[in-house]
Unconditional design. Structure first.
Length: 340
């Protein structure tokens, strides 16, 4: 009979190789699943410019992160931003996407405003439904329009008039200008420290943004506490009213009736003084009183009590027999026999 091979009989090299291959396949499957993202849906949005949006930036709805930006690519005269959104988030055909600033240093995030009853076509938000923080072309156009409206001749006359007015000014003005120059140099020398301050401000802003949920909970708890205090205001008012009445009562007893209280205390003091003066007499009475009580007990009883007998209680036997005879009750025959 052939013996079935066991694990110890197999080649350890083969077993180890198979185990390594299985682990590698499991890791690869995990990476692929995470890349595919079964829990998210890929959306795209068209923007006039990238506005420094980059992969990894947050995608939010009403301040709650619902996805991340996966990248941006050029598509003709505009930019297409790809983003992975949670599968349970529904975006309609009227959804608006905006690129906004997160920190003072220019960090960005993408905010969505879901709208519309119909689903998005090809999961893409069109260019007319997107907003960027600034448009360089519009900025240059506005600047050109503004400068075209400037009257160069009048500006030259103004500068000439200013030069005439400044002619012969005191020597203090050059000193002021020199101080301004020194201040500018100091700011230039301190730019590294100013940069550190701005970076610290950016870190604080990031921390505050990360703690938005905690701050929201804190605000809601504070509101609940204030509401509870408002609900208990009547109880506190009643407590204060009761305390006021108690104080008024004590005032009437202690202050207004002070004469009666003093008189009662004086009488009590006099009574205690009388007891103190007759202390010897009271002691003698308490010492002598047991002797006559004990003699009276010995003369009238057999113990610490007085013996007393009264046959049939306060009733006379002949009178009781007459009453029982008139009733004719069968249960009283024994008693009637004794009467006879």
């Amino acid at each position: 009979m052939t013996r079935k091979p066991t694990l110890e009989d197999r080649n350890p090299l083969v077993i180890g190789t198979v185990a390594v291959v299985v682990i590698v396949l499991a890791l690869a499957a995990t990476v692929v699943v995470s890349r595919i993202g079964f829990s998210s849906v890929r959306y795209e949005a068209e923007f006039a410019q990238a506005a420094r949006i980059s992969a990894g930036d947050a995608v939010t709805i009403a301040g709650v992160q619902v996805g991340t930006v996966e990248g941006a690519r050029l598509a003709g005269d505009h930019v297409v931003v790809a983003m992975d959104i949670d599968r349970d988030v529904e975006l309609g055909s009227g959804t608006v996407a905006s690129i906004k600033l997160t920190t003072l240093l220019g960090s960005r995030y993408l905010e969505l405003q879901p709208a519309g009853g119909e689903p998005l076509t090809d999961n893409r938000i069109p260019l007319e439904n997107t907003v960027v923080p600034y448009d360089l072309q519009e900025l240059l156009a506005d600047a050109t329009t503004t400068f075209e409206q400037v009257d160069a001749e009048r500006l030259g006359e103004t500068m000439t008039l200013m030069a005439d007015e400044l002619h012969g000014v005191p020597e203090l003005l050059p000193q002021v200008l020199q101080n301004i120059e020194s201040l500018s140099g100091t700011l230039a020398d301190r730019r590294r420290q100013i940069g550190s301050i701005l970076e610290a401000t950016a870190s604080i802003t990031t921390i505050v943004r990360a703690q938005q949920d905690s701050l929201g909970v804190l605000v809601r708890d504070g509101y609940s506490m204030l509401a509870e205090i408002e609900n208990r205001r009547n109880l506190v008012q009643r407590l204060l009213d009761s305390t006021t009445r108690l104080v008024n009562s004590l005032h009437s007893v202690v202050v207004e009736d002070r004469t009666h209280v003093d008189a009662m205390i004086a009488d009590l003091d006099e009574f205690l003084q009388t007891l103190a003066n007759n202390d010897a007499l009271l002691r003698n009475i308490l010492q002598i009183l047991p002797v006559p009580i004990r003699n009276f007990t010995n003369a009238s009883g057999t113990g610490n009590e007085v013996d007393f007998t009264a046959p049939a209680g306060p009733m006379i036997d002949s009178w009781m027999c007459a009453l029982v005879g008139q009733t004719g009750e069968p249960s009283l025959r024994d008693y009637l026999g004794e009467c006879r």
